[in-house]
Unconditional design. Structure first.
Lengths: 672, 203
C-alpha cells in the first residue's frame, strides 16, 4: 500500500547497491580528487557510510526525481505545478484551485489510477478515488525530493498505484535547522508567507515547526469574466526526529490546515436552462499525525513501522464530508543467502467516512467504516553479479468493496556497463472501488426534452448511482526502459509501455421512473469497458557547464477504450481523448554570476479533443538574486506566452472551469 | 552460496558492523551463525585491503584540504617537526593513506600515526576518529583536550558533542559540520572560506 519512504528507498537500494553508478564514481582516483575545490569535493557522490541507498534512478522502473533545487529554481508554488517537471505526468488546471493530475492517461479531477503519498501518508482520498490537490500542501523549501514513478507500483505500494505513484518526501528536521521566513505576492499568487524554525531538543533529537499562509487570485472564465475560484489556505505543522544509537530513527510529524476555496457549481435542473449556477465557498480542513520507527542494521537488513491518523473535512453546497483514516504499516527486509534481498510486510487501514447529503449528492449509507488488510513480499535476486537482477514479488489485499486482490510484478534489469542499463517489467495492478462507487447518488445532468439523447417530451434527470457489484479495474502492464549516461554530464532515460486494461468503469442506464414533470434515470457504476494504451517517455538531463544545465522531456501516449457490447454507456469511451497525446518540457537553469540565476521553463501540451481545448505552450521565468547565502530575492513570471488559456474541464462534478492566467510574483526568502 | 541463511536482523549489530567481537555460540544454530559471520567479516576484510572506497578517498583529500584553511597556534608547530595526522580506531582508509606521502603542510612532512587505545594517544595536529570508536569519543576528546588538535569525526552528533569537524553524508555526498566553540577551545583558527562551506553546529 503506502509503505512509502523506506520501501522506495529499499527499492532503490536493491538496484543502487548492485548497479552501476557507484562503480562509475569509484573510478575517481586521488589525482582527480586533488584537482577539485572543496565545494566540488562536497559534490562528489559516494556510497554513504550509513548505507543509505542513493541513486534512486537505478531502479528497474520508470522513475524520475524532482529535487528541492528543481522546485526552488522553477518558481512553482504548489505540488501539482511542481509535478509538471516529471516526464509523462499530465497536469492540467481546471480552475485556480483544482487540478487534474495523472500518468499515462485517464486524467481528470478524480484521476483514480495515480497514488500519491506525503512522507508515507496516502493522500489519495478513499471517498472519490483521486486526490484533492487543493487540500495538499507542504513547505516547498522543506521538500527533499519528489519521486515520480510512472507505471504500476502496486506490489510495493498497493492498490491504485495503477498508472503511477508519487512520493513526496520532506527533509529530516536535522536538515532544516535555524529559521526561514519567506514573504511574497503578485498578480495571481496574491500573497504568501512561510515561517519555519528548526532546533535541537537534545543531543540526538531535532525538530522543526512551521506555519504557512497563501492567498490566490481567481482566474477568468471563457468569456473573460472573473471566476469565483479565488482561495486562501492556512497550514501549520511540525516534525521531530530522534536517533537512537546507530541504527534506529523515530519520527513524529503532523500538519493541520484550514482553507476556503471558491468555485461556481452548476446544478442540473429540470426547468430551463438545464443548469442552475451557484457560487460557493467550500470550507476544507484537516489534520494528520504520523509516527514512524525505522531501523537500518545493514544494507540488506532493517525494518520499518509506521502509524498515522488523518482527518479530512469538507463542507460545500454539494455534500458535507468528514473522513478519518487510521493506518499501520510494517515491513522487514533481510538478506536470504548471497544475492537475495527479501522484503515483506503487512498493513491495515481503517477508513471511517460520514456524509451529510443534499439533493445533489448523497451517500447511502451516510456513515460507513471499512477495513483494508494487505501483505506483500518481494525478492531481489542478483542473477549475475553487478550485471543482472531479477525482482519478483506480489501484493495481496483485501478490501470491503472488492474482496481479495493480488498484484504481482516481475522485473529484470541488465547493466552491461556502469553507464547504461536496460530493464523490463510485467505487472498486474488494480484500482479498487472507492466509497463513492458503492454508495453515491450523484445528480449528474439533465437532458432537456426533445434534445440530443432525449427523444421524450419530458426532461431526463440522470442520477449516477454506486453499485455494490462494481469491481476493481484491472491492468496488465508491459514496460521496457533504457538509461544511458554517455558522459558524466549527460543522461538519457527512455521508457515505453503497453497497458492492457480490463473491467474499466462504465456508467450503465439501470432504470427509469416517469414523473409528471420529468423522467428519473438511474445510471449505475459498473465495469463494462476495456482498453489499451501505449506510449513513450523520454527525458534528458545535460549539464553543459557548472553554470548551465538543461533538462528536457517528451512524452507521447495513446489510449483506446472499448465499451462492451450491450453497454448503454455513451460518455466513457470518449475518455480516450481526455488526455493530451503529446507533451514536451524544456528547462534551462543558468547561473549568471554566483549571486544571480536565471531559469526559463518552456512546455508544450497537446490539445484535448473531447473538450475542444487547443494545445498550448507556456513559459515560466525566474530571476533570483542572492546577495548572501541567507537571503534570496526572486521575481517569477508564469504562463507568459498568453494572457489566458484553458487547460481542462471537470466531469461528474459540474463546476465552471476557468482559464489559467499569466502572472508575476516577487518573493523574499531569508534564512537565519 | 546460501550460507548467510538467517535474518541478518538477528545478528548482533556490533558484529555485523565492526567484525570485532566473537558471537556467542550456542548449538548448531550458533555454529551456523558463527560461520555466517566469519564469511561476512572476511568479505569485509578483503574489501578493506583491496581498493579504498571513494568515500574514504574523498575524506582523505578533505583532511589534507582542511590544513589549508586552519591555523594551529605557533607553539604547536615547531620548525623542525612533522605534521602529524592521527587516526583512532579501525579505519577504512586502507592504502589510501599513502596519498599523504608526497604532501606537505606549511613545509612540513606529514606523518600518519594510528592509535587503538586512549592511553596510547600522543600529540597530533589532526586526529581522525573512526566511527568504530564513536562510543569512546568522550574519553578521546578529554585525552587530547590540551593539545591543539583538530578532531574530525564521521558520525551523527560528533560535532555537537564536542568534536571540531564532523563528516556527514548528505544525499550520498560527503559534507561536514564545524563546531566553532570546540575549535576555539583547541586554539584553532578556521578560515571563513571553510566555515562558509560547512554546516555550523553548536553544542
Amino acid at each position: 500500500m503506502k509503505i512509502a519512504i523506506r520501501l522506495l528507498l529499499l527499492f532503490a537500494l536493491q538496484a543502487a547497491f548492485a548497479h552501476p553508478i557507484r562503480a562509475n564514481a569509484d573510478d575517481m582516483d586521488f589525482e582527480q580528487l586533488d584537482g577539485l575545490s572543496l565545494a566540488e569535493l562536497m559534490d562528489v557522490v559516494v556510497t554513504s557510510s550509513s548505507k543509505k541507498p542513493e541513486r534512486l534512478a537505478d531502479a528497474p522502473t520508470a522513475i524520475y526525481v524532482i529535487t528541492n533545487d528543481d522546485i526552488r529554481r522553477s518558481g512553482v508554488t504548489t505540488i501539482p505545478e511542481a509535478l509538471r517537471m516529471a516526464p509523462g505526468i499530465q497536469v492540467a488546471r481546471i480552475d485556480a484551485n483544482k487540478w487534474a493530475v495523472s500518468a499515462r492517461g485517464f486524467n481528470g479531477r478524480f484521476a483514480n489510477k495515480l497514488l500519491v503519498l506525503i512522507d508515507g501518508r496516502s493522500i489519495y482520498t478513499p471517498t472519490f478515488s483521486g486526490v484533492y490537490w487543493e487540500a495538499q500542501d507542504v513547505v516547498l523549501e522543506d521538500i527533499e525530493r519528489i519521486e515520480v514513478v510512472r507505471g504500476p507500483g502496486a506490489t510495493l505500494w498497493g492498490s491504485n498505484a495503477v498508472n503511477g505513484v508519487i512520493n513526496i518526501i520532506t527533509k529530516h528536521s536535522r536538515d532544516t535547522q535555524g529559521g526561514l521566513v519567506t514573504v511574497g505576492g503578485g498578480t495571481e499568487e496574491t500573497a504568501f508567507t512561510t515561517v519555519r524554525y528548526g532546533g535541537r531538543l537534545s543531543a540526538d533529537a531535532t525538530y522543526r515547526m512551521y506555519t504557512k499562509y497563501v492567498e490566490r487570485d481567481d482566474f477568468v472564465n471563457a468569456s473573460n469574466n472573473d471566476g469565483a475560484d479565488e482561495w486562501d489556505k492556512f497550514q501549520g505543522g511540525f516534525r521531530i526526529d530522534w536517533s537512537k544509537g546507530d541504527t534506529d530513527t523515530f519520527t513524529v510529524q503532523g500538519d493541520v490546515y484550514k482553507e476556503t476555496v471558491g468555485q461556481t457549481y452548476l446544478f442540473p435542473s429540470t426547468t430551463t436552462p438545464p443548469f442552475a449556477s451557484f457560487e460557493d465557498e467550500t470550507d476544507i480542513s484537516g489534520l494528520n499525525l504520523v509516527g514512524r520507527w525505522e531501523r537500518n542494521v545493514s544494507e540488506t537488513s532493517g525494518m520499518f513501522l509506521q502509524l498515522y491518523y488523518d482527518n479530512f473535512q469538507r463542507e460545500d453546497l454539494l455534500v458535507g464530508e468528514e473522513t478519518d483514516i487510521f493506518d499501520v504499516d510494517y515491513h522487514h527486509r533481510f538478506g536470504l543467502g548471497i544475492g537475495n534481498d527479501v522484503i515483506w510486510g503487512f498493513g491495515y487501514r481503517l477508513v471511517s467516512g460520514a456524509f451529510e447529503g443534499t439533493d445533489q449528492v448523497a451517500f447511502v449509507p451516510a456513515d460507513r467504516t471499512t477495513h483494508f488488510y494487505s501483505a506483500f513480499v518481494q525478492d531481489d535476486i542478483e542473477l549475475v553479479e553487478d550485471r543482472l537482477h531479477l525482482v519478483i514479488g506480489s501484493k495481496f489485499e483485501h478490501s470491503y468493496y472488492s474482496g481479495f486482490e493480488y498484484q504481482p510484478n516481475i522485473r529484470l534489469m541488465y547493466t552491461p556497463s556502469s553507464r547504461q542499463s536496460i530493464w523490463g517489467a510485467v505487472s498486474r495492478a488494480v484500482r479498487t472501488p472507492s466509497r463513492a462507487a458503492d454508495d453515491v447518488l450523484l445528480n449528474n445532468r439533465v437532458l432537456p426534452a426533445n434534445s440530443p439523447g432525449n427523444p421524450f417530451p419530458l426532461p431526463i434527470q440522470a442520477t449516477i448511482r454506486g453499485h455494490s457489484d462494481f469491481e476493481s479495474e484491472e491492468l496488465l502492464a508491459y514496460e521496457f526502459g533504457y538509461r544511458v549516461s554517455p558522459t558524466s554530464d549527460l543522461s538519457l532515460d527512455i521508457a515505453v509501455f503497453y497497458n492492457d486494461y480490463d473491467d474499466l468503469r462504465s456508467f450503465e442506464v439501470a432504470e427509469s421512473i416517469t414523473n409528471p414533470t420529468h423522467i428519473d434515470t438511474y445510471v449505475d457504476i459498473r465495469n463494462r469497458m476495456d482498453g489499451e494504451a501505449y506510449g513513450i517517455e523520454l527525458a534528458a538531463d545535460w549539464s553543459l557547464t557548472d553554470w548551465w544545465r538543461l533538462q528536457s522531456s517528451y512524452a507521447f501516449q495513446r489510449l483506446q477504450l472499448h465499451i462492451d457490447n450491450g453497454s448503454s454507456d455513451t460518455t466513457s469511451e470518449p475518455g480516450e481523448r481526455r488526455t493530451p497525446q503529446q507533451q514536451a518540457y524544456l528547462r534551462s537553469s543558468f547561473d549568471i554570476t554566483t549571486a544571480v540565476s536565471l531559469d526559463v521553463t518552456a512546455r508544450f501540451v497537446d490539445g484535448i479533443a473531447d473538450f475542444d481545448i487547443d494545445g498550448y505552450t507556456a513559459i515560466d521565468v525566474r530571476l533570483a538574486w542572492s546577495p548572501t547565502e541567507r537571503l534570496v530575492v526572486s521575481v517569477v513570471g508564469q504562463n507568459l506566452l498568453d494572457d489566458r488559456h484553458p487547460e481542462y474541464q471537470p466531469r461528474l462534478i459540474n463546476t465552471v472551469p476557468t482559464e489559467v492566467q499569466s502572472g508575476v510574483y516577487g518573493k523574499v526568502a531569508w534564512q537565519f | 552460496m546460501k550460507i548467510r541463511n538467517t535474518h541478518s536482523i538477528d545478528l548482533d549489530p556490533v558484529v555485523t558492523k565492526g567484525c570485532g567481537s566473537r558471537p556467542r555460540s550456542n548449538g548448531i544454530f550458533g555454529a551456523f551463525r558463527f560461520a555466517a559471520v566469519l564469511i561476512f567479516c572476511s568479505s569485509f576484510v578483503a574489501r578493506a585491503e583491496g581498493d579504498v572506497s571513494l568515500e574514504y578517498k574523498v575524506k582523505t583529500v578533505f583532511l589534507y584540504n582542511f590544513t589549508k584553511f586552519i591555523e594551529w597556534p605557533p607553539g604547536s608547530m615547531p620548525e623542525d617537526g612533522d605534521f602529524v595526522i592521527g587516526i583512532f580506531g579501525d579505519d577504512q582508509f586502507g592504502d589510501g593513506l599513502s596519498y599523504f606521502a608526497d604532501k606537505k603542510v606549511r613545509g612540513r612532512k606529514i606523518m600518519v600515526r594510528k592509535f587503538a587505545y586512549v592511553d596510547d594517544l600522543e600529540p597530533c595536529h589532526i586526529l581522525f576518529i573512526c566511527s568504530s570508536a564513536k562510543f569512546n569519543h568522550g574519553r578521546i576528546l578529554a585525552a587530547v583536550a590540551d593539545w591543539h588538535v583538530l578532531t574530525v569525526g564521521e558520525w551523527e552528533w560528533f560535532a555537537t558533542n564536542g568534536g571540531v569537524i564532523n563528516f556527514v553524508s548528505r544525499g550520498g555526498k560527503v559534507n561536514f559540520e564545524i563546531n566553532q566553540a570546540a575549535a576555539g577551545r583547541a586554539g584553532l583558527r578556521i578560515s571563513s572560506n571553510l566555515l562558509n562551506l560547512a554546516t555550523i553546529v553548536t553544542e
